[in-house]
Write a protein that binds this ligand. Structure first.
Ligand code: A2P
Length: 291
């Protein structure tokens, strides 16, 4: 699971970044925003420079944040930090993140206004369980996401090892509305022309992917929660694959808390066990960031 949020105090001399001001990064942990894309009034993605020393495994997360407002009592500012999955793959020269916008959220109320050139605090200590190392070898890999829980899978889908290790990758993404599927859909479509993957894995690698997007609150070609669609068997019929089995199937879960718990229980009922970095098994789970 994602770690608890840390609010580390900083000194009064610490240079401060405003989302609206173009300030050259001066803190050791400060990176520069290079690109921002807004998808809906609730979702956006952004890219930042990558610290030269940062090494991570596709699927891991880091703490990122911005300076908070001045405390009226002390006059000091503290960084507001949250755990964010890195959505870019381990080989990318920049870092990408995919975020929700919460109007009164401590961080995302500010973060949604960032612009290229702004600073972003990034603690370069990647961790997480949605990594290939935490799973035993298998034939079919399932990614189960809701909302911004797609982020770690955006990283893993651009990671060559995903296609080296598995014959088939099934991506399920349940969102409230159609617009919330855009980031994932565009990313998957982009894989067809991904030069690195085509070169390293071979042309047509993307045919290993089965994409199963569903919506719950707006009409779309496939409606319903993935959990219900699996329970009824409809998802397996649509996908043309059998229900999950511990012999062949591996899974990664990243969504809201209720989703994670429900899916965990379902996977256990199929006979899959939860793994960790220190004890690879058949599935792993991580909470998607919520402000
Ligand atoms: P629903 O609209 O039926 O609540 P959110 O934006 O609230 O995090 O939800 C993202 C998506 O996850 C929504 O489509 C939501 O469906 C779905 N969802 C929420 N809880 C569960 C759950 N326990 N199992 C499956 N899907 C869920």
């Amino acid at each position: 699971m994602a770690p608890r949020v840390t609010d580390e105090p900083m000194t009064e001399q610490t240079p401060v970044t405003h989302a609206s001001a173009k300030i050259v990064p001066q803190l050791p942990d400060m990176q520069t925003v290079t690109e921002v894309k807004h998808f809906t009034d609730r979702l956006f993605s952004f890219r930042v420079t990558r610290p030269a020393s940062l090494r991570f495994r596709s699927g891991e997360f880091v703490m990122i944040g911005l300076m908070g407002d001045e405390d009226p009592a002390t006059g000091k500012r503290k960084p507001i930090m949250r755990a964010y999955s890195i959505a870019s793959p381990s080989w990318d020269e920049e870092l990408e993140f995919y975020s929700i916008k919460v109007q009164d959220g401590p961080l995302t109320s500010k973060l949604q206004h960032i612009q290229p050139g702004d600073g972003l605090i990034l603690r370069p200590k990647p961790v997480g369980t949605l990594v290939h190392d935490a799973l035993l070898p298998g034939k079919r890999l399932w990614f189960f996401a809701t909302g911004t829980g797609f982020a770690p899978f955006a990283s893993l889908l651009r990671e060559p090892q995903t296609y080296e290790d598995y014959d088939e990758i099934v991506i399920t993404h349940t969102c409230r509305e159609l617009g919330e599927l855009t980031y994932g859909r565009d990313l998957i479509e982009g894989l067809k022309t991904d030069e690195l993957l085509n070169e390293v894995i071979g042309e047509g690698f993307w045919k290993k992917i089965k994409y199963y997007p569903t919506t719950t609150r707006e009409d779309s070609p496939k409606m319903g929660r993935i959990t219900d669609l699996m329970r009824s068997g409809e998802a397996f019929t649509d996908l043309g694959v059998p229900p999950l089995s511990p012999e062949t199937d591996r899974a990664m879960i990243c969504g809201n808390l209720a989703f994670n718990l429900e899916l965990k229980e379902m996977l256990e009922s199929y006979g899959l066990n939860e793994g960790a970095n220190s004890n690879p098994q058949q599935y792993v789970v991580e909470k998607a960031f919520l402000d």
